[in-house]
Ligand binder design. Structure first.
Ligand SMILES: Nc1ncnc2c1ncn2[C@@H]1O[C@H](COP(=O)(O)OP(=O)(O)OP(=O)(O)O)[C@@H](O)[C@H]1O
Length: 546
């Protein structure tokens, strides 16, 4: 979709007013030239031409007023669109399933909400000005037609030639700009590696050099080359158009006098042409801006459509009541395969059968890459299984109740995100928070002020303990911990398995822990062994042999 179609669509009920306000300034400006021509070519000195002065003043006032209104309206329409877009994209991202977010990629989503959003915001006023210049050009052409149909035909022929040549280079330039945008994405991926992996890059000079010399520099230069190529194509088109324009002016000035009887007409036409040249130059200069805006609109609209296609039907917020677990969770012939882009055989899970009773403590164990975390994501409703089904308390998990099913869980994944606020937690009893901070030995390190934690710059073990505080405040029926104890010191590790998990169990919570800590396997009621994406056995701690 291009920028102008978007602007028209988003104008909603004000479409007609907006169209009128956008067209009027250019049209009136055309009439003002006619007035100027009439006054400057008047043959007798009969004093001030009041009627023309009146028309001139009225015309200028109309141009100023309507132009200003059109620009304000366009600014408001675009600001409203961008605001709704950010909210809509965020809402859609919120309702996507995890696999789709991983497939689309965070860089693409960030670019649409950041870079493309900004491009549209910055270019919108200039592009509304473009409508004004186009209308000026149309009016100039009509006025030339009124003065001399022959000159009009000549003008049209030259304009058609200029458009024909310009379109070719404009298309080439747009394609190059699109390629530059893709290369820019690749550059941002490399740059993101430098920022996200700053520590690793800083510590390893070879890695740093490799990233910089073999990725950052070539990708940056590729963007530069494509931009320069694209600019050249635009400039070529512009130069050809300029040649057409000057040839047209020469033809009208030197040839038309031989074909018209009224000798004032060539002068009038030249006035119009000189006036229109400003509009032509502005239009040509703005075309690269139009391309950038069109590209940004396409990126955003494509992402929006993609998100719309993949968005899950979300329960209304008020209807997502927290679910409770009374019997248990059941996995029947669950299967899941990751999406693979490069044709490699993707990792698959299943078919897996598993029963987890309410109040049970289940450990999921197995070698690295055996699929424990993937199973946890299926179990918590983050990945939608390709086969089999998941149920809780005899209710099959379906798109209509998946949000409710997810509300059974509080999870700390190994790559968890620590929020700086207690989003979604009803903190009626603040003392509970302080007690938990004390239990986790964080009371001297972290405070909760102005509805946020005073810091999240903590050690890995401390961060996990703070995530635990948040998880406990969520008060869910099922707790899932993915290698939570891995970064804790021996004392905390022991406390986690022998005190903390047992306490949760006594409270009637269901606990699922992914772990490699075989010395604490006896704490569990059930141990689920994973091997190459399958549950190889389910045993009691007594049978556990490592
Ligand atoms: N987002 C993803 N896209 C594609 N493949 C993935 C993705 N995440 C994980 N995998 C693949 O799935 C397999 C299982 O990974 P998973 O994280 O479930 O293993 P794990 O048993 O939890 O391992 P570990 O003990 O090392 O944490 C791995 O081979 C991994 O490459």
């Amino acid at each position: 979709m291009n920028f102008f179609r978007l602007l028209y669509r988003e104008a909603g009920d004000s479409k007609r007013t907006f169209l009128l306000l956008s067209l009027v300034p250019g049209l009136v400006m055309g009439l003002i030239i006619a007035v100027i021509n009439a006054v400057t070519n008047y043959q007798q000195n009969t004093g001030l031409q009041w009627q023309y002065l009146g028309l001139f003043v009225l015309g200028c006032a109309t141009v100023l007023f309507t132009m200003n209104r059109a620009l304000n309206m366009a600014t408001a329409i675009i600001a409203d669109y961008l605001c709704r877009l950010r909210i809509r994209v965020t809402a859609q991202v919120r309702s996507l399933n995890l696999a789709t977010v991983e497939e689309i990629g965070l860089t693409r989503i960030r670019a649409a909400v950041g870079r493309d959003h900004q491009t549209i915001e910055e270019t919108a006023p200039a592009l509304v000005g473009l409508i004004y210049f186009v209308m000026q050009l149309v009016m100039s052409a009509l006025y030339i037609c009124y003065l001399s149909p022959l000159a009009f035909i000549v003008t049209l022929a030259f304009l058609a030639g200029a458009i024909f040549f310009y379109r070719k280079s404009y298309r080439d330039a747009e394609e190059l700009m699109r390629q530059a945008s893709l290369s820019e994405q690749a550059f941002h991926n490399s740059f993101e590696n430098i920022l996200s992996g700053f520590k690793e890059v800083k510590l390893n000079a070879q890695r740093s050099d490799d990233l910089f010399h073999n990725y950052i520099i070539p990708r940056s230069e590729q963007v530069e080359d494509l931009r320069v190529e694209s600019g050249r194509s635009f400039n070529y088109g512009q130069s050809v158009s300029d040649v057409f324009f000057y040839t047209l002016m020469g033809t009208l000035v030197f040839a038309i006098p031989f074909y018209v009887s009224d000798l004032s007409i060539p002068g009038k036409i030249v006035t119009v042409i000189v006036f229109a040249s400003g509009a032509i130059t502005s239009i040509i200069r703005m075309l690269p801006v139009v391309s950038r805006a069109n590209l940004a609109v396409s990126n955003i609209e494509e992402l929006r459509e993609l998100l719309e296609k993949h968005s899950e039907a979300m329960d209304e917020r008020s209807e997502v009541r927290q679910a409770r677990l009374s019997k248990g969770i059941s996995l029947k012939k669950i299967a899941y395969t990751y999406h693979s882009e490069d044709g490699d055989r993707p990792f698959s899970i299943g078919p897996c059968d598993l029963e987890i009773a309410s109040g049970e403590m289940v450990f999921i164990v197995g070698g690295n890459g055996s699929g424990k975390s993937t199973l946890a994501k299926i179990l918590t409703g983050l990945y939608e299984p390709d086969g089999g089904h998941l149920s809780w308390d005899d209710k099959v998990v379906k798109p209509e109740n998946i949000d409710r099913y997810r509300s059974l869980f509080s999870v700390i994944f190994s790559d968890f995100h620590l929020f700086d606020r207690l989003y979604g937690v009803d903190l009626t009893d603040e003392q509970k928070l302080y007690d938990l901070l004390e239990d986790m030995k964080l009371d001297e390190k972290v405070h909760y002020r102005n509805n946020r934690f005073s810091t999240t710059n903590l050690s890995t073990g401390q961060r996990k303990r703070l995530a635990m505080v948040v998880a406990l405040l969520e008060d869910r029926d099922v707790y899932l911990f993915d290698e939570w104890a891995a970064d804790q010191d021996p004392e905390y590790r022991r406390w986690f398995y022998t005190d903390f998990l047992m306490k949760l169990k006594k409270e009637g919570r269901t606990v699922i822990a992914i772990t490699h800590d075989d010395r604490y396997f006896d704490v569990a009621d059930k141990i689920v062994w994973m091997e190459e994406g399958r549950i190889s056995k389910v045993s009691s701690p007594a049978d556990a042999t490592v």
